[in-house]
Ligand binder design. Structure first.
Ligand code: ADP
Length: 197
């Protein structure tokens, strides 16, 4: 499954919780990039500049990273991707990869949050954690890039009948509960979210 939403929607937090519940790995491209930057690997050196500017790392690099990760053994029983795909080209790469392994997506969870709330959360995170891309200018740029390049993916997955939209405002626990309720509802109706009316 995928978790999709703007920066500051709480993808990382919710992805960890939902993945733990289903006993599948949560794969965050942002975390993998940051770990590579911290370790000074070749990938990290290539990605750092883009991340600090709030730009997307080029699809070529990102796709290679994800294909490598999805080739590992622990994804055999499922996985939750957080922060990928973010572009239409990444959607195609993921589609091809899943097709080759004769699998497919069950559900795409959208975390919906108002833009002002997102800026408020990210500025708070900036004060708490000091992430290099959480300054106000970079935050606004990341939101604009999200709107332009990633938001259109929501319509793509909605059209495929895979989208579950969850209100991501309110306490973290409440949002986690809403995700579980939405997933339960989708599963109860049969074939994933596809049959959700
Ligand atoms: P956020 O959702 O708050 O932007 P992430 O940790 O998911 O935080 O991503 C941080 C940064 O990592 C992004 O701004 C981007 O530079 C890079 N990144 C993560 N995932 C991708 C992706 N799928 N494609 C391109 N760049 C990515």
């Amino acid at each position: 499954m995928l978790i999709i939403g703007p920066p500051g929607a709480g993808k990382g937090t919710q992805a960890e919780r939902v993945a733990r519940f289903y006993d599948i790995p949560a794969i965050s491209t942002g975390d993998i990039f940051r770990a590579n930057v911290a370790e000074g690997t070749p990938l990290g050196l290539q990605a750092k500049d883009y991340i600090d500017r709030g730009a997307y790392v080029p699809d070529e690099l990102t796709n290679a990273l994800v294909l490598d990760r999805l080739g590992q053994d622990d994804v055999a029983n499922g996985f939750l991707l957080d922060g990928f795909p973010r572009t239409l080209a990444q959607v195609s790469t993921l589609d091809e990869c899943l097709e080759q392994s004769d699998s497919g997506l069950d559900v795409v969870v959208q975390l919906a949050v108002e833009p002002e709330e997102v800026v408020r959360r990210l500025l708070k995170r900036s004060a708490d954690q000091g992430r290099s891309d959480d300054t106000e200018d970079v935050i606004r740029h990341r939101l604009a890039v999200y709107q332009e390049q990633t938001h259109p993916l929501i319509a793509v997955y909605a059209e495929r009948g895979l989208l579950l939209s969850v209100d991501a405002q309110g306490p973290m626990e409440t949002v986690t509960q809403r995700i579980h309720d939405a997933l339960d509802g989708a599963v109860l109706r049969g074939s994933g979210a596809a049959s959700a009316e």
